[in-house]
Each structure stands twice: as structure tokens, then as C-alpha cells.
Design a protein around this ligand. Structure first.
Ligand code: ADP
Length: 431
């Protein structure tokens, strides 16, 4: 800094001293003229450097940086260092960007960046293939104009993206995509697409396998069960141990029959996901049937009550609803000790129809509740078996709920009783 001012002032001071000398020797005019001349030369040199700087700023590269003299030399050398540093930072950033682009291109998932109005800002190769996008025309296009399946548009307009959308792309309908939208940085959205065709194929095979095995087992089981029943009824079958063996065989074949029936129900619910036939179901009539069957199952060991607080009917599949309601009532009976009370209720809560089963039974500890709808998940294995449970009841209830866009709510206190509620969307309510 000091250097800078020193170098700047030296010519001025020297010219002034020399000007004074000329003043003393010749005249004041000569002295002033000399100083003026020197100042003009200095101004001209500064103007020259300013001009060079201005020209250079129009296309600033390291190669064409001008050379300067005096203080300008230092200014240009500072500029040189600055530009060099800037170029290095730019190169580093470009390399980093390339690295990120290569990483996203190598991802097996499709990734597209959307702005707040669903326009595509960027996408990788997989997204290009999944959605048939065109790099030249589709950047900054609205994705819902390019991917026009109604389920996709509905998903994009929803506000809850916690569950992925399964979709078949329009031009490759043998492919199944799992699509997820992730909001980030305030108003941007990341659209992730994954090809799950192979996974879906294996899932379909598994579902078919369960359905086929259950079908295959059903006939031999019915035959064996029939024979066992006949033998049990034969009057001259005297040996008590033979009777005991037949009794056990009958129980076990019955258990297997229940299991096969539940497996078949579950695979039917899983397999025809899109083709559920719907009707307006008179819930009061349906619940009276469920109550009647529940009373038979309980054998008068419990008090069963039905409370119908809403005259609303429900749009849904009668057979599926019966199956779900009967499973909930069956569980309440099986997990409630003798003399317990079981209350079946049909009512409306904030415009949503609800079916609830409340029992005074053994209850469920909180840590088990999130897992109850898993297949074969049981809190107490032996109690489930003793009471003829298959471990599939709540899995069936969950599937029926999903097909009706309903929610299964479980409130329970260990040792005190439970309430299982199916909360249906208000759009299914029919007066
Ligand atoms: P399961 O055939 O074993 O009853 P479910 O799928 O119907 O199978 O139920 C899963 C588990 O949830 C049961 O094994 C039981 O431990 C628990 N459960 C279900 N309903 C009730 C209830 N009303 N009271 C207490 N526990 C229950």
C-alpha cells in the first residue's frame, strides 16, 4: 500500500521540484508549464492503461491480459492472479458437476428434477428411457403433458407422496415402474422412477403359487375330513384311543381347511387388485349377519351387542366387507375370556363411516400393534392356535381396507381390551 502511494507521488514531487527550479532560474510561467506538461503525460499514460483494461474486460482471458508499467503493472499482476484463481475454481466446480452427473447417470433409478409447476429442469438417462423423454425438446416442459396416464397425473397433484405409485409406461406396458416424488429445497421436486418389472413378475409368481397350492390342497383335505367325520359317527367304533385319534385328526384337518380358505381369500384379494366389483351395501343387514355368526362362534360365552348409529350405506364389495368384519368380530371373541362383552358399532366420525369392534379381552401390548397385520404374526402363538386362528385374519382385513381406501385403527391396552376400527373415506358413504 505504502509502495503504491510512494510510486504514484514520486514523479509528481520530482516534477514540482524541477518546476520550482525552472521558476527560480527562468520564470514562473516556465516552471508551471513544465509541471503541467509532466501532469499531462502522467494523465495520458493512465488513460492508456485504463483503455487497455477496458478492452481486456470485454473478453477477459489469461492470454490477452495487457502488460502495464509502474503501478499498473501491479494492478495487472493482481488481476492475473485473480483470474487464474477464478478459472481454477470454475474448473474444479465443472469437474465436480461432471462427477455428480456421471454418478446420477450410473444410478439404476431414473431421476428428474422438477420445478414448482412440474416443469422438467434436468433428467438422467434412465428417466429418459422410463418416460420416453427427449433431451432436446422436453427440458422445461410440464411432465404431466408428456406422461399422461391418469394415475400419474392424480399422483402428481396429490400432496401425500409417502407411498410410491406403481405404473406401466404408455409405450412399454410390459414394464412396471415404481414412482416416487420427493419435495426438496422448498419448491423443487425430485421424481425417482424404478423399474420393478422383474420384482413384480416374481411377486405375481409367488401369488399364483400360493393360490395354486391352496387349490390343490383343498380337495384332498375335504375328502380326508369327510372320511374322518364318517368314521367318528360310526357307532361300532369302540376303542376310545381310536376315537381320540380321530378327534385330533378332525381338529387338524379343520385347521388346515381354515388355513387354505384364508390363503385363498388373501390371494384373491391380492390378485384381482383392479377389478373389485362394487355395490351399495346395506351395512345394517350385513352386520346383523355378522352378529348372528359371531354369536354362533361364541356359543353364548360372551355378550355380543350391535349398535347402529348411522343409517348410511357403504359403496364397496359385500363379500370382502363381510370377510373383514367377521374376522374382526371373530378375533374379539377368540381373544376375550368368557363373560366378556363385545360391541359392534357402525357410526359416522367427522363425515367418515366407521365400523368398530370393541372387546373387553386380553388386549395387546403397544409394541405388537404395528406388526399385527403381517401374515402369521401372532402375539401369543399358542392362544392363536388353540382358538383356531390361522394368523392371516388381520392380513385379510388390511387388504380389504386397502381396496376400499379405508384405514385400520387399533386401540388396545394390555389386559383391558381392544378396539379395532375400519375408517372408510367419506366418498364411499351412501345415504
Ligand atoms: P390369528 O388367526 O392368530 O388371530 P390375526 O391376523 O387375526 O391372526 O391376528 C394377529 C394377532 O393379533 C393375533 O394372533 C392376536 O395375537 C392379535 N389380536 C388380534 N385381534 C385381537 C384382539 N381383539 N384382542 C387381542 N389380540 C388380538
Amino acid at each position: 500500500m505504502q509502495d503504491f502511494w510512494f510510486r504514484l507521488s514520486i514523479p509528481v514531487i520530482l516534477s514540482m521540484l524541477f518546476g520550482l527550479l525552472l521558476w527560480a532560474i527562468f520564470s514562473a510561467t516556465a516552471g508551471l508549464m513544465f509541471v503541467l506538461m509532466v501532469l499531462l503525460v502522467l494523465m495520458f499514460r493512465n488513460a492508456q492503461h485504463l483503455f487497455k483494461l477496458n478492452e481486456w474486460l470485454k473478453s477477459p482471458t489469461l492470454e490477452n491480459l495487457p502488460e502495464g508499467s509502474g503501478n499498473w503493472d501491479e494492478v495487472f499482476s493482481q488481476l492475473y492472479k485473480m483470474v487464474k484463481k477464478h478459472i481454477k475454481t470454475k474448473q474444479d466446480l465443472a469437474a465436480e458437476l461432471l462427477h455428480i452427473q456421471q454418478a446420477t447417470a450410473a444410478l439404476p433409478e431414473g431421476v428428474a428434477i422438477l420445478n414448482d409447476v412440474n416443469r422438467i429442469e434436468w433428467f438422467n438417462l434412465q428417466a429418459e428411457q422410463h418416460f420416453d423423454l427427449n433431451r432436446e425438446h422436453d427440458v422445461m416442459q410440464d411432465i404431466t403433458y408428456l406422461v399422461r396416464q391418469p394415475e400419474f397425473i392424480e399422483y402428481m397433484q396429490a400432496s401425500n407422496f409417502s407411498d410410491p405409485l406403481m405404473m406401466r409406461p404408455a409405450r412399454h406396458d410390459e414394464t412396471v415402474l415404481s414412482i416416487k416424488l420427493i419435495p426438496y429445497a422448498g419448491n423443487k421436486r425430485l421424481l425417482i422412477s424404478r423399474d420393478i418389472t422383474q420384482f413384480e413378475r416374481i411377486e405375481a409368481m409367488r401369488r399364483d403359487f400360493v393360490a395354486n397350492v391352496s387349490h390343490e390342497l383343498r380337495t384332498p383335505l375335504t375328502v380326508v375330513n369327510g372320511f374322518v367325520e364318517n368314521l367318528q359317527d360310526m357307532p361300532d367304533l369302540s376303542s376310545s384311543s381310536a376315537r381320540r385319534a380321530l378327534q385330533l385328526m378332525a381338529e387338524q384337518t379343520q385347521r388346515m381347511e381354515n388355513l387354505v380358505a384364508d390363503l385363498l381369500t388373501l390371494s384373491r384379494l391380492e390378485n384381482d387388485q383392479s377389478t373389485m366389483s362394487e355395490e351399495v351395501v346395506d351395512i345394517a343387514t350385513l352386520l346383523n349377519e355378522v352378529l348372528h355368526d359371531g354369536k354362533l362362534l361364541s356359543g353364548e360365552k360372551h355378550t355380543l351387542r350391535l349398535e347402529i348409529a348411522s343409517s348410511a350405506k357403504l359403496l364397496g364389495n359385500r363379500e370382502d366387507l363381510y370377510s373383514a368384519f367377521a374376522n374382526l368380530v371373530g378375533n374379539a371373541i377368540r381373544y376375550t375370556p368368557e363373560d366378556g362383552v363385545i360391541l359392534l358399532r357402525w357410526y359416522e366420525r367427522a363425515g367418515q363411516p366407521v365400523f368398530a369392534v370393541q372387546d373387553t379381552g386380553i388386549g395387546i401390548a403397544a409394541q405388537h400393534i404395528p406388526r399385527l397385520t403381517e401374515r402369521f404374526y401372532r402375539v401369543d402363538r399358542s392362544r392363536s392356535r388353540e382358538t383356531g386362528g390361522t394368523g392371516l385374519g388381520l392380513a385379510i382385513v388390511k387388504h380389504v381396507a386397502m381396496r376400499h381406501q379405508a384405514k385400520l385403527e387399533v386401540l388396545s391396552e394390555d389386559g383391558k381390551g381392544s378396539t379395532f376400527s375400519l375408517v372408510f373415506p367419506s366418498k364411499r358413504l351412501k345415504q
